[in-house]
Ligand binder design. Sequence first.
Ligand code: SAH
Length: 459
Amino acid sequence: MTPKKPPVRPGETITLEIHGNSHTGDGVGRFEGFTVFVPQTVSGERVRARITKVKKSYAHARLTERLKESPDRVEPPCPVFERCGGCQLQHVAYPAQLKMKRQQVADSFQRIGGMTGVTIHPVIGMEEPRNYRNKAQVPFGWRKGRVAAGFYAAGSHEIVDIEDCLIQQSENDQAVQTVKKMVEQLKIPPYDEKSHKGILRHVMVRTGVNTGEVMVVLVTNGSRLPNRGKLVKALREEIPGLASVIQNIHPRRTNVVLGRENRLLWGQPAIHDLIGDVRFAISPHSFFQVNPSQTEVLYQQVKKYAALSGEETVIDAYCGIGTIALYLAGDAAEVYGVESVAQAVEDARHNAELNGIRHTVFESGAAEEVMPRWAEEGIRPDVIVVDPPRKGCALELLDAVVEMGPDRLVYVSCNPATLARDAAYLSERNYRTEEVQPVDMFPHTSHVETITLLQRQTL
Ligand code: SAH
């Protein structure tokens, strides 16, 4: 079949109905049968939109006029929503955001997994869906001869100032503003991407919400940081809870935020936070869930599905710094964790020690290599938890799960598409998908997080 010629061209303005949403939160409509994505629209709306990009089977367009509005549409609470790109759903009322996310999970199971009748619970949202992020990463640069700190304007490398981010904890915003004020006063030049000159590239702030400890990471273009003593002194005076100031040295030309080398300028090399009553050390490079109150909801749900009595052997695959493993350890006989980032595994071991937890083993390596080896060595867990990145689990890992034959598999996923694919694979291998609980970890963004319980069927 010769592919039909797209019925639209860049620059053209069309009228269309929006009937759904993509996984990135864009509204989806059809124009003469051709799929068109329009950001910042809502299902049920009729809009005018200007085509920006045309591909073989779909096009992107920019909203120009709303002819019919959805009752779920709200005024975006953040004034820079349209330019920033950090959030995708601020124009949708929060209860409707939650419904959209649940629908996305249902669609994935049906379309990708070919599975109908899976129980998908309503999404557990936040009571106050704002100021939740415990980590800020803010680029610094020049704008009209002054220091700017905020975000890159969409499609450009210009930094737009932002003082108060809707989804960021206000302590983090304030800490960034303090750094901004001080680097202006102390004449520490921000980095200029084009010329690769200047010093301060990014400021990262992390907060341990349950301990009040704050970490400031100054990412610099090379090891030079003039006036560092004065800067640290000012930050200590002005940032409540400051526990750690780190210089991250990052001389390379790349978009990656952090360089490899950390230099402790003042305080501790890591801050701490609690999930439940387990204590974690968080260093600049550690992966740690960014929404602490919902992390606890997420892990409680994992614990519920794991249904531990204290006798079980548990595996936590893709364990990061050991958060789930250690959260479950109090209810298990032994817990194995596997994670590919060696530093995270060291953190996990350190975190076990910090909490006096002895019956955990953390191994560094690819889960899809370590798990088959564990299966060969005869490790027979009762419960396996997996929490893979967006691409989901490798087949070797799923095969190892089947071989080990745990009663329950608890699948934590940040991508419904790969979750549905993996659940379908397992459903043909004696693991039935019992229920799915989505938890909103990232209000106002298009991200969807779920916990799924799969049970081994007794023959
Ligand atoms: N469960 C943890 C981390 C989840 S994020 C938490 O809740 O905090 C997913 C983790 O998988 C990351 O730490 C990433 O480094 C790790 N990872 C990615 N690919 C992997 C692989 N092939 N094998 C093992 N770990 C992997």
